[in-house]
Write a protein that binds this ligand. Structure first.
Ligand SMILES: [Zn+2]
Length: 313
């Protein structure tokens, strides 16, 4: 178990860079301790394999017989050309995989709809989503998932409640979605993106929240080719005042979240998380004691205002 702190909201202004670094180092120590605990049990970290490898050491070993070493040549070339470079390593790799069979299970998405008020744009809607699954229990270790992603689910539900309570609904509909099986490969969101609810028309935007409960303020990505989203985000932040940074999303990768299947289908996306390190990401310490409730409220406000803007235009 990690250290348990009382549930007191932190003032983000008191979090200076030294404190953030201190926590990052504490996280590395916890990670190392978790790794040792798992190794003592004689098993690999099957659920997150690359963390059990020291990437650079492995790379240097692989390149022993090659003409270039990573540090002397390859790294510079990769940085210069910014694309994959293929060559013979003259190394031979033997892989052994030990796996445990997990019985098939049924996952669920949970969704709700706030109907838009304007029939002229009634076939358009905004999706607000977050995943409600977490890493669960592996090899006797429990990963509680308070930040990843009970926090995002809570913020989505709060935004949904605010839309439900509006006496005058936005022009376009709001589809609220909690996705299952994100941690096993974005399965719930992929399913929804492939099977958009019939009779609803076309989503004009998708807003995703993943890990918004720990850190300092909110950080959002926006589809690079959708300037309306960035503008809506900035207008929302003029009132919410929680945005610490934003960045264009130009593609999706292995560490993407539930916006990815929508992004890949050309739907403009906003992706919101809290700013700063997620110190207990996929660890046993991801408990409610690390969550700052003020940040959940701030993110819910920001997302509600951005969605209302996009649905009301
Ligand atoms: Zn997550």
């Amino acid at each position: 178990m990690g250290m348990v702190r009382p549930l007191a909201p932190e003032d983000p202004k008191t979090l200076d860079i030294a404190e953030i670094n201190r926590r990052a180092q504490a996280f590395e120590r916890e990670l190392e301790a978790a790794r040792r605990r798992i190794e003592r049990r004689g098993q690999e970290i099957a659920w997150y394999p690359y963390r059990s490898l020291s990437g650079l050491a492995l790379l240097e070993k692989l390149l022993t017989g090659a003409e270039d070493s990573y540090h002397e040549g390859l790294r510079g070339d990769l940085l210069k050309y910014k694309r994959p470079l293929s060559f013979a390593t003259r190394s031979r790799i033997r892989l052994a995989v030990r796996s445990t069979h997990t019985a098939a299970a049924t996952g669920f998405n949970v969704a709700g709809l706030v109907r838009g008020s304007d029939p002229a744009v009634g076939q358009e809607y905004v999706i607000i989503g977050a995943h409600f699954d977490h890493c669960g229990r592996h090899m006797g270790l429990l990963f509680p998932g308070a930040n990843d992603n009970a926090s995002g689910s809570a913020a989505v539900m709060e935004a949904a409640r605010a839309f439900g309570a509006l006496p005058e609904k936005p022009r376009r509909s709001i589809l609220v979605a909690l996705f299952g099986a994100e941690e096993s490969g974005l399965k719930g969101s992929s399913y929804m993106a492939e099977h958009l609810p019939p009779g609803l028309g076309r989503p004009v935007a998708m807003i995703n929240i993943d890990m918004c409960g720990a850190g300092d303020g909110t950080r959002c990505g926006y589809s690079a080719d959708a300037p309306t989203l960035k503008a809506a985000l900035e207008r929302a932040n003029a009132a919410a005042g929680t945005l610490r940074g934003s960045f264009p999303i130009r593609g999706v990768g292995v560490r993407s979240s539930d916006f990815a299947p929508f992004f890949s289908r050309g739907i403009p996306c906003l992706s919101c998380s809290s700013n700063g390190p997620h110190l207990h990401y996929h660890q046993e310490g991801d408990t409610i004691y690390r969550i700052n409730p003020d940040m959940l409220a701030d993110t819910a406000r920001l997302v509600f205002l951005a969605a209302a803007d996009l649905a009301g235009r």
